[in-house]
Design a protein around this ligand. Structure first.
Ligand SMILES: Nc1ncnc2c1ncn2[C@@H]1O[C@H](COP(=O)(O)OP(=O)(O)OP(=O)(O)O)[C@@H](O)[C@H]1O
Ligand SMILES: [Mg+2]
Length: 532
């Protein structure tokens, strides 16, 4: 149980939220929605106790499982499975049991006997913490989240951001706490895992808040919806499931638009009246008051207008290049003894569109990283064609310099661009004057995605390598990006689970991993997208 009383969240001069009161009780499954940058992550972080609210009070009744939007940097030397088991204090005892089992097999009599003596004590501790049932519960959760034994045996430092997130998610689900705060839990999951998670959360008996832009997830699990309106700084609480919320919200927006029209009209009348009265000395004060009232009315409306704004995007003309700007042959990659893919050949023609399909762990991100020159293949070569300019969009925004400001990141991508142009591009990606000087690290998930895409846009790339480009985007921004993608003239190689993104791309070809088979696109592949 979490209770928020008159909570205020302020960042500098900006008030994200004021005077918000609500509760998360057992049985509450709350979908928290709102535009990118509205303050959803900031709010859940505060509910989790990682930061303090600037006003009001948050009372936490029990332990909380919090999944942050960015993979947490913690102790990177921990073995992944131990990290999961540590949620119930099982990690050290399981590790000691394994070691002791090894020692029991020792030929050295003393070692053997010491181990034989130690083992029952360890097993007792193990059973007290839930024992074999708990261990197998953890295994069920990890396997349903697409984490195989190979990954579970690695240390956290060797895992990708997406894999680390899945480990954290598994850990939280395994922990058995009564309240969950999940920030975009389906990012990085494949379709099977998403369906499993949906069912899991639907039957969850505790209370939970889930931030998501995934309608299907919200439809399946939410019995309440909180809409965080960053412009008004308010949470609208809807005590209903997703579909009814959508209808209700529509009605509310219509009412607000109407109120706005009325306010605008009233303000107009007031101003006209004041203008007439101003001439007369006796009425000058009254006229001043009228003007002030009208201005106040109008300034109250600004927020509503700003919320309707979305980026108006077009990807610019790509730089000229040869007929086949990018080819690769015989690419193979293995991690340790585990082969990811072998002998992948690929030719990307100018302006062509390719989708890469494959299950979690099939190597889609790895292949894009190799094509993007961020990682080396074990075997095979990537051959840049004439005039190739790659624009690589990384799933975890690793192409952005988190310590630089928004403007500096853009300048870095296009050093020749003038100041006005830079500000112009930022503006069309919805970064206002102040936002432009923010350090990139503090940006919200969706804002980071927008910035990363903006850096591609200015670089006049002619081959875009896009790894899940629609993750984190709110529906309006997603529609904008997909619109821009559908008219882009350069070549695109995309990895995505988002069938809308594939439809917008209108691909000609598909590359199937891990086999590396290529085929012409046809509709039967569309069904595979959300499965991949
Ligand atoms: N330390 C900071 N300094 C300046 N601005 C900040 C700071 N931390 C957060 N912000 C800003 O606060 C706003 C809210 O961010 P938050 O991450 O909570 O948004 P969000 O609703 O989770 O968005 P998304 O859907 O994109 O994840 C953003 O505009 C962000 O840039
Ligand atoms: Mg967020």
């Amino acid at each position: 149980m979490i209770t928020a009383q008159a909570v205020e969240l302020r960042i500098g001069a900006r008030v994200l939220l004021h005077d918000a009161s609500f509760r998360i009780a057992p049985g509450d499954r709350i979908g928290l929605v709102g535009r990118n940058g509205a303050g959803k992550t900031t709010l859940t972080k505060t509910l989790a106790g990682e930061t303090q609210p600037t006003g009001g009070k948050i009372v936490r009744g029990n332990e909380i499982g919090y999944l942050p939007q960015d993979p947490r940097t913690g102790d990177l030397d921990v073995i992944a499975m131990d990290r999961v088991l540590s949620a119930r204090g099982l990690d050290s005892v399981v590790r000691q049991m394994r070691e002791t089992e090894g020692a029991m097999a020792s030929l050295d009599v003393e070692t053997h006997e010491a181990a034989m003596e130690r083992y029952p004590r360890l097993e007792e501790r193990f059973l007290a913490a839930g024992g074999y049932a708990a261990e197998s519960e953890a295994e069920t959760i990890t396997s349903n989240l697409g984490l195989d034994d190979r990954i579970l045996a690695q240390t956290l430092g060797t895992l990708s951001g997406g894999q680390r997130r899945r480990i954290e998610l598994a850990r939280i689900l395994f922990s058995g706490v009564e309240t969950l705060l999940l920030d975009e839990p389906t990012n990085h999951l494949d379709a099977d895992s998403i369906i499993w998670l949906r069912e899991y959360l639907r039957h969850y008996s505790g209370g939970l808040i889930v931030i998501s832009h995934d309608n299907e997830l919200l439809r399946a699990i939410a019995n309440k919806v909180f809409h965080l309106d960053g412009n008004r700084g308010e949470i609208d609480q809807y005590n209903m499931g997703w579909d009814r919320y959508l209808e209700q919200r529509e009605t509310d927006e219509r009412r607000r638009r109407k109120e706005r029209q009325i306010a605008e009209k009233t303000a107009g009348t007031l101003l006209a009246q004041a203008e007439k009265m101003r001439a007369k000395a006796t009425k000058a004060v009254a006229a001043q008051n009228m003007i002030r009232r009208a201005e106040k009315m109008l300034s109250g409306l600004e927020g509503v207008r700003a919320s309707d704004k979305v980026a108006n995007l077009r990807f610019p003309k790509p730089a000229a290049c040869g007929k086949t700007p990018l080819t690769a042959s015989g690419l193979s990659k293995a991690y340790g003894s585990q082969e990811v893919f072998t002998g992948v050949d690929l030719a990307i023609d100018r302006g062509s569109r390719v989708v890469i399909l494959g299950l979690n762990g099939a190597g889609k991100t790895t292949l894009l990283r190799i094509l993007g020159g961020v990682e080396d293949a074990d075997q095979g070569t990537v051959n840049p064609g004439h005039g190739l300019k790659i624009g690589y969009y990384a799933q975890e925004h690793e192409t952005l310099d988190m310590d630089a400001t928004v403007v500096e990141n853009l300048r870095h991508a296009a050093p020749d661009l003038g100041d006005t142009e830079v500000r112009g591009v930022l503006g069309s990606f919805l970064f206002s004057g102040d936002d432009a000087d923010k350090p990139t690290r503090v940006l919200s998930g969706g804002e980071k995605t927008r910035l990363a895409l903006a850096t591609l846009v200015v670089s006049s790339a002619n081959v875009l390598l896009l790894d899940e480009p629609t993750n984190n985007l709110d529906p309006a921004s997603r529609a904008e990006i997909l619109g821009a993608l559908s008219t882009y003239e350069g070549a695109v190689v995309m990895v995505t689970h988002d069938d809308g993104a594939v439809a917008a791309l209108n691909p000609e070809r598909v590359l199937l991993l891990p086999d590396g088979d290529e085929d012409l696109w046809n509709d039967s592949y569309a069904e595979l997208v959300s499965l991949a």
